[in-house]
Design a protein around this ligand. Structure first.
Ligand SMILES: Nc1ncnc2c1ncn2[C@@H]1O[C@H](COP(=O)(O)OP(=O)(O)OP(=O)(O)O)[C@@H](O)[C@H]1O
Length: 270
């Protein structure tokens, strides 16, 4: 199997020798990963391989046993409060399930990070920025005053995305953003992610089980297995590797269906 290369000079995220464990359970060991500036990197792996734990380690919510994590060239681990504040300001996170505050409206949810990072902003400006982010994610303007319970699953994801974009981040973390959406809703969310990434020049770290998403919008894919990232590359590069999980994942019935669907979409667009 071709060894993945980890010497990218323009890495916006750089993880080295990461180890995470919970009691006896070692989730990551000797894990390395580079995410290039401007790419959408899909992160895949079997259930429980530690995709979410990896994301939490990168954003500083899961202190590892050891290892190094640099984001924007700055060390995330061991950063003091001021340094952590400055780094966090530059990324947005959409957690699995959206993680909206149920007692706040969509607009108020979007304002949470704005108030934390820019407490001097007056209410009028906060409302204006929130309204802009709501519309930017394809929600109707009247979604702003609604509570999460009043939204469909797809609208909740968009509201979560609007909140993750509140601070105009350079880097976006998305944890299974299309989980639970019907195929049309999922495809629309993929399209939104791609178009925002292109217009805003974002880098996207995207955890997904959705093969259609990988084919539709990911520039490269990182595969988690055996407690580490076993390969990173385009889908074609991964398909050339002789690893059983990769072959089964991409060449199994769902993988083949995703290829057909991507080919149909390409033919339609041509
Ligand atoms: N706070 C925690 N305490 C104990 N174990 C944890 C904790 N967080 C995660 N784990 C364990 O770490 C492993 C990896 O979890 P993680 O949520 O990262 O998996 P995943 O690859 O994202 O899975 P899925 O695709 O099912 O969402 C799992 O076995 C999980 O039970």
């Amino acid at each position: 199997m071709t060894a993945p290369t980890f010497d990218d000079g323009d890495a916006i995220i750089r993880v080295r020798n990461l180890r995470n464990s919970f009691g006896e359970q070692v989730v990551h060991d000797n894990l390395d990963l580079d995410v290039r500036r401007g790419e959408i990197l899909g992160v895949v792996g079997g259930s429980g391989t530690g995709k979410s734990v990896l994301m939490r380690s990168i954003i500083g919510l899961q202190p590892p046993d050891h290892g190094e994590v640099h984001v924007f060239g700055e060390p995330v681990l061991g950063a003091n409060d001021d340094q952590a504040f400055e780094i966090r300001r530059r990324w947005g996170v959409l957690f699995q399930g959206g993680a909206l505050f149920s007692t706040l409206t969509v607009s108020e949810n979007v304002q949470v990070p704005l108030k934390e990072f820019y407490p001097q902003l007056d209410q009028g400006l906060l409302d204006e920025i929130a309204a802009y982010k709501v519309v930017m994610t394809g929600l109707p303007p009247n979604a702003g005053p609604k509570y999460p319970a009043e939204l469909s699953g797809g609208m909740k994801k968009r509201a979560g995305l609007a909140r993750s974009l509140a601070l105009d981040p350079e880097l976006l973390f998305l944890d299974e953003p299309t989980a639970g959406l019907d195929p049309i809703g999922a495809a629309a969310f993929d399209e939104l992610t791609r178009s925002l990434q292109q217009t805003l020049g974002l880098t996207v770290f995207l955890i997904t089980h959705d093969l259609d998403t990988l084919y539709a919008i990911c520039d490269r894919v990182a595969v988690l297995a055996d407690k580490r990232v076993i390969a990173v590359g385009t889908i074609d590069e991964l398909l050339a590797l002789d690893h059983p999980w990769i072959q089964e994942y991409f060449n199994g019935p769902r993988g083949r269906a995703a290829v057909s669907s991507a080919e149909r979409a390409a033919a339609k667009g041509a």
